[in-house]
Write a protein that binds this ligand. Structure first.
Ligand SMILES: CC(C)(COP(=O)(O)OP(=O)(O)OC[C@H]1O[C@@H](n2cnc3c(N)ncnc32)[C@H](O)[C@@H]1OP(=O)(O)O)[C@@H](O)C(=O)NCCC(=O)NCCS
Length: 140
């Protein structure tokens, strides 16, 4: 089930987010223990701003997507991060479901996303995104 993430999910989301740190090119200090509280606060803020959706299976979150809201309003103008649990990657299942879910949300304009690695580029192409001449920027 894909649902909007809430404050009760923050703990799991932070762990999941950090499992994708390399793929989403987080600065190395992002996930160190000393920064954990700040990361929690950031994730909580994203949830409160209704920017996070989670694919949950039983009580486990298998993937998450963070969207960009244009000028912090209702309009969703981009996908900022997609992270799938390591054990679920490459199954053509969780990542595509999350991206397609965002594509069908109300208040979506032309979605913009940066393909940060070959796997994410493939995922986005499979979901109908096309590559902008600007390096690695993709649209749908
Ligand atoms: C990129 C990511 C979100 C894709 O989600 P996913 O559920 O794995 O998506 P898919 O299963 O549809 O895989 C997309 C493509 O990458 C390949 N792939 C993804 N993970 C893979 C893995 N661990 N091993 C081998 N291939 C993998 C798939 O085979 C597929 O390519 P194909 O269509 O040519 O077969 C996921 O791999 C992930 O969370 N990676 C770490 C974080 C990250 O890089 N996020 C993207 C930033 S926008």
């Amino acid at each position: 089930m894909i649902r909007q993430a809430g404050l009760q999910d923050v703990e799991q989301l932070v762990v999941l987010f950090c499992s994708g740190a390399k793929g989403i090119r987080l600065p190395p200090e992002t996930c160190v223990p000393e920064n954990r509280q700040r990361l929690h606060d950031l994730m909580r803020a994203w949830c409160e701003q209704e920017r996070v959706w989670a694919l949950s299976e039983a009580d486990h979150i298998s993937g998450m997507v963070v969207v960009e809201r244009f000028k912090k309003g209702r309009v969703i103008s981009g996908i900022e991060y997609v992270v799938v649990a390591e054990s679920c990657r490459g199954q053509h299942r969780v990542g595509p479901a999350l991206v397609r879910h965002v594509q069908t949300l109300p208040d979506v304009t032309d979605l913009r996303v940066t393909a940060l690695n070959p796997h994410s580029r493939k995922l986005l192409e499979n979901c109908g995104f096309w590559l902008d001449p600007k390096p690695n920027r993709m649209w749908t």
